[in-house]
Design a protein around this ligand. Structure first.
Ligand code: 13P
Ligand code: SF4
Length: 303
C-alpha cells in the first residue's frame, strides 16, 4: 500500500511533538509542509524560541548545528546526514586560530555558514541579513571576518572605517554567476529590477539594484511596484516569491542557480527523519558552549 507522505509526516510530527523548519532554498514540497520557512537568521530565532522539544531542520548541517548550539536540550534532526555547506567547510579551527594569534586585538565575526568549531573561536556570529548592523555595533575597529570573502568585501564597502581582515572562502553556487548575465537581462527585459545575495562576487554585486539575504530579497520583490525581477540567488527562493507575487515575472541568471546540498532533502527524507528520529545533531559540550556565546551575541547585537 502506498502511503501519503504528507499525511504521515503530519501524523508523526504530532506524535513526536516536533516542529519542521525549512530554509528558503529547500524544495517547494518541503517548504510547503514546514511550520516555519525562512532565512538563516529567522530560522535560528525560531529554533531558539520554539516550545517543541524536537526540531526537524530541513536545510544544511550548519543550520541544524546552530539550532542545537542554541537549544541543547532539544533533539535537532537533520533529515539528510551529508547535506553540508561547502563554504562552511572552507574555514578550519586551526587556520582561524593562526589568524587570531596574528591579530590579537581583532574581534572575530563569523558568518553563520561555518562549523561549530569555528563558531567556538568567534566573538560573534552574523548572517547576511544582519552582518553590517552587527559589525557597526562592535566598538573595536579591527575585525576578522570569515569564511565568506564576498560578504566580507560587501561589509567592508558599507563600513569603510573598519579594518576588516577577510578569509578566502566562497559559495560555489553564487560564484558561478557572471556579470554579463545581469547586463543581458537588463537589455532583454526593460525595467527589470535585479536582486542578488551578497555571497555573489563583486562584479555581480555592482550590477544589482538590491543586495540582501534570502528573506530580504523576497521582501524586496514583494514590496516593489515593478513586475519583472532577476533573482540572483539559489532558485529555491522562487517558490515563496511566486506564492506571494503570482503576477510578477521572475527570471534567473543563465542556467539557473542550484545548491545541490540544499536539494538533497525530499519529503521522504523528512518522513524517515521523523520515523527513525535521525540524524540527531550531537556536539562536544565545550565547543557548544563557546559557540553558544557567539550565536547568543548575534541575537543580542542584531536586535
Ligand atoms: P540566508 O542567510 O540569506 O538565508 O542565506 C543562507 C545561505 O546559505 C546563502 O547561500
Ligand atoms: Fe552553502 Fe552556498 Fe549552499 Fe548557501 S548556497 S548553503 S552558502 S553552498
Amino acid at each position: 500500500m502506498k502511503i501519503n507522505l504528507k499525511d504521515e509526516i503530519l501524523r508523526l510530527k504530532k506524535d513526536k511533538q516536533a516542529i519542521i523548519l525549512a530554509h528558503y532554498y529547500q524544495r517547494g514540497e518541503v517548504q510547503d509542509i514546514a511550520d516555519a520557512v525562512g532565512d538563516s537568521y529567522y530560522l535560528s530565532k525560531v529554533a531558539k524560541e520554539c516550545d517543541e522539544k524536537v526540531i526537524v531542520f530541513c536545510g544544511v548541517k550548519f543550520m541544524a548545528e546552530s539550532a542545537k548550539i542554541l537549544s541543547p536540550e532539544k533533539t535537532v534532526l537533520l533529515p539528510v546526514m551529508d547535506a553540508g555547506c561547502p563554504m562552511a567547510e572552507m574555514a578550519d579551527a586551526e587556520g582561524v586560530q593562526v589568524l587570531k594569534d596574528k591579530h590579537p586585538n581583532a574581534k572575530v565575526v563569523c558568518y553563520i555558514n561555518s562549523t561549530a568549531e569555528v563558531k567556538a573561536l568567534a566573538d560573534v556570529c552574523c548572517t547576511s541579513s544582519n552582518a553590517v548592523k552587527i559589525i557597526k555595533n562592535i566598538k573595536e575597529d579591527e575585525i576578522i571576518f570569515l569564511p565568506d570573502k564576498n560578504l566580507g568585501e560587501y561589509i567592508k564597502q558599507q563600513i569603510p572605517e573598519k579594518n576588516v581582515i577577510i578569509w578566502d572562502g566562497f559559495c560555489i553556487t553564487h560564484k558561478l554567476v557572471k556579470p554579463e548575465e545581469l547586463v543581458k537581462a537588463r537589455k532583454l527585459h526593460e525595467g527589470i529590477a535585479i536582486a542578488a545575495h551578497p555571497e555573489c562576487e563583486k562584479s555581480v554585486r555592482e550590477n544589482a539594484d538590491f543586495l540582501g539575504s534570502t528573506g530580504q530579497i523576497i521582501d524586496y520583490v514583494t514590496n516593489h511596484s515593478g513586475n519583472k525581477f532577476l533573482i540572483v540567488t539559489e532558485e529555491g527562493v522562487l517558490h515563496q516569491i511566486r506564492l506571494k507575487n503570482p503576477d510578477k515575472k521572475l527570471y534567473v541568471p543563465g542556467g539557473g542557480m542550484t545548491c545541490t546540498n540544499m536539494k538533497k532533502t525530499y519529503l521522504e527524507d523528512v518522513y524517515n527523519s521523523l520515523l527513525h528520529m535521525e540524524y540527531s545533531i550531537e556536539l562536544d559540550e565545550d565547543i557548544r558552549q563557546k559557540a553558544y556565546n557567539s550565536l547568543a551575541m548575534m541575537h543580542e547585537l542584531g536586535r
